[in-house]
Design a protein around this ligand. Sequence first.
Ligand SMILES: [Ca+2]
Ligand SMILES: [Ca+2]
Ligand SMILES: [Ca+2]
Length: 824
Amino acid sequence: MNRLSLFIVLTIAMVCQAQDDLRLNDLEYFERQGVNVLVYSNSFNGGFNDEKNSGIEIIHHGVRTVQGGAVRLNNTPEQWDLVPTMTSRKVNRENGSIEVGLRYNDYDFDSRIIVTAKGKAVEIAVWLDKPVPEKLAGEAGLNIEFLPSQYWLKTYQIDGRLGRFPRYATSLTTTRPNSEKPRQFKGFKTYDDRGTNRFVDPLPLETGHSLTVATDAPDRMIRITSDDAELKLFDGRMLAQNGWYVVRSVLPAGKTGKVVTWTIEPNAIPGWIRDPNIGFCQVGYTPEQPKVAVIELDKHDPVQTGSASLLRLNPDGTTTEVYKAEVKPWGPYFKYNYVKFDFTHVRESGVYCIQYGATRTNDFLIDEHVYDKITDATTDVWVPIHMNHMYVTEGYRTWHGEPFKEGYLQAPESDHFDLHRQGATTDTKYKPLELIPGLNIGGFFDAGDFDIETGSNINVVQNFIRTWELFHPQRDETFVSQEQRYVELHRPDGKPDIMQFIEHGVLNLVAQAEQIGHMASTLSNSVLDNYHHLGDAASITDGLHYDPSLKPYEVSADGKSSGTPDDMWAFTTRNPNLDLQAAGVFYSAARVLRGYNDTLAERAQKQADRLTTEARELQRGSRFRRDRQAETDNDWLTGTGDGNYRNVARNLQTMLDSIPLKDAAYREKLRPMVQQYAEYIKSFDTQNPYGVPIGLGNWAGVNAVLNFGITVNYAHIYYPDIVSKDEVYRVANWLFGCHPYHNYSFVAAVGAARPKQVFYGNNRADFSFIPGNVAPGLLFRKPDHFENYDDWPFLWGQNEGTIAGNTQYIIFGSSFKNIVGTNQ
Ligand SMILES: [Ca+2]
Ligand SMILES: [Ca+2]
Ligand SMILES: [Ca+2]
C-alpha cells in the first residue's frame, strides 16, 4: 500500500468513524442514526412532580426508553419526591458537551452535570463545588431510569453476572426511620407507615461497575460503566406502580470536583430506519368521504416518494389491489418527513388495508355505518363508571363500591397537592375538620383520580345539557338508582341515561351550594397517601368518621368512627366566578330537569338566583359571564373585535350556539366570521400534515382538537356553503388513528380495528383501559419528539382521560354522527 492509498483508507475510516459517532446537532442534543441523547431539553418543573419526562433522556430507535438522568435524593424517586431545579444549561459546541446546573432549594444543595460525547458513547459526570450536605450524604446520587415495559423480561449483565429484568416487582426492600427520608413535595408523605414511623426503601437487584442492559435486544441494548462509582440497579415499581428501573450511583460524602463518572453507550443497529407509520382512520370511512392516509417517514428513509396501494380483503381469503397511486410529499414536520396517500375515489363497501413499501396496515372498513357507534362506549361505560358516591356494577364485575360514605370534612388551611389550596379562612360556618353534611352525593370522578373538581363537574353538566338539548338522545343502557346508590351498566331502566347523568352531576353541585353556601373549589383527598389510590374507589377511605380523640388506626366501640385521618376534605375558599359558573349551569339544569325531577329543578333554580345575587354583590362592578359573551359577540358584529383567527376560533362556537335562538339577520351577520373560520380551518393544512391544531404543551392537545372539531361541525351545520362537509372528517381522522408516532385510535375500545390498549384511568395499574376514554394524545417532548406510549399507561399528559374532555367528546361524536348521517 503506497502512502496515498493509505491516506485514502485512513481518511475513509475516519469519515466512517465520525459518521457513526454521537454528534451534538443543531437542536442541542446528541445524535447518531438510531440514537438521540437529550440533556435537559425537558427540565423538571415540579408542577405535578410527575417527572418521567425530564433530565437526561435517550430516544432509542424511535422510542424514549430512558429518562430521569439527574442528581436525585432517593434510590427510586416517586412522583412527589423532590426534583432538582435546573439553574443553568450551557451548550459547548467546541468540545461537544452540555452542562447543566441543578439545585435543591430545600437543602441548599447545588451540583453540575456535564455530558460529553465520546465516540459512540456519552460521558456523564457529576461535579460538586461544595460537598453533599450532611443531611443528604448517602442519599444524593446520580440516577437514570429505564422504561419497564421496554425492558422487562430482557436480560442484563453486570460485572459478568447474568440477570433478567423482572416482569413484576418482587425484589427486596428494607425499612428505615422516617427521619432519614428526604423531604417530599411540600412536606406531604406518599406512604402510610401504619404507625411504625419507618419508610420502605428498595434494595438493589444488583451492583457492579459494568452493566449491559438488554443484552438480547440490539435495539434496546445499552452499556453503562463507571470506574469511580458503584452502579446499583433498582426496580422503582417496589414503591409505586409507575416507577421505572433505576441505575444509580450514590455521590461520595465530603468530596468536591468530579465525583461520579459514567460512560453510557446505547447500541445502534447499523443503518436503522424506522418503519413507516401509516396514519389512517381505524374506525373506517364512509363511501363518500375524503380518504387520505398520512405516512410518517424516517428522515434517513431513502424512499420518500413512490406509490401506495389499497388492497381489498375478499371473503374467499384472497386479496385484490383495487387502487394504486403515487404518494404526494407534504414535507418535514419536526423529526420526520410526511407523504400522503389519497384513495378518496374508492367507494365500494368492503374490508381494506393500505400497503406502502413493505408496510401493510391492519384492516379497516369502508361502509355507510362505520361511525354509528363512536359514542356508545363513552356514554354506556366510561361515564357511569365515573359516577361518584354510587356502587357501580357491570355483568359479573363490580367497578367500585360506594365511595366516601363518611362524607367530607371542612379543609383546614393548606397549600395542598393536585393544585388545590385552602386559604386562611374557611368562608363557611364550619370549623376546620368539622363534618360538612350532605356532600357525599352525586358528582363524577375527575379523571384518573377520584376527586370532585367543581369546575370540571360544572363543565360535565353543561356538556350533558348541551347534548340533551341538541340531540335529545333517548339511549337507555344504564340503570341508576339514587335511592339505592346503585348503578348497573347495560340494564335499561326506562329513563334516558343522559338525563340521569345530568341529575347526578346537579345533585352534587346543588348540595355544595346548599350546605356550604357557595361552591367548593374541590372535594378532594386530605392525605397524599390515599390520593394516588389505584383500586376500588370505595376503599380509598375507611368509610368511618375521623375522630382525632382515637388513636391512629383505632376504631370506636360503636364501629362508626376511627382514628385514621383519611376522610376527604372540602376546599371552600369562596370564588364568585365559580359561583357564577355554577349559577349558569343551575339555570340550564332547572330548565332541563323540570318535568323530570321537579324538586331538583326548584333547588337548582333557587341556588342559581341566590348565587347570582351574592356573587354580583361580592364582585360589584364586574359583569355576569353571559354579558361578557354578549359583549364579545357585539364586538364582532360591529367590527371592533381584533379579528384574528385565534379570536374567531374562540368566539365562534358561542355565537353558533345562539343561532337557534336568534333571527335570520343574525345568521347573516355572522357569515364573514364563518368565512374567516373556513380560512382558519384550511390554515392547518400548511401548519402540519394532519390538518388539525396540534398542541405542544405538557398535556397533549385533545381538548383543543375536540373544540376545533365541534366548531367545525356546527359551522358546517349552519353554513354548509362556506364550510363543506369534507372538513368535518379532520378531527375524526386524527382521533381514530391518523396522527404521528403510531396509528392507534385514541378512543378506548371504540369501533376501531386498533384502538390504544392502555390508558391512564383508575385501572392503569392493570395496564388496561376504561372503554370510551379519550387519551390526551400526542405529548410533545422538546425539541422534536411526539410520543404516545401504548405499553405504558402512567404518563398522564398522554394517556389520562378527563370527565370534562370525555363529555366534550360526546358532543363532538354526536354532532359528527348527525352530519355524517345526512346527505347535505
Ligand atoms: Ca384531580
Ligand atoms: Ca337509564
Ligand atoms: Ca374515614
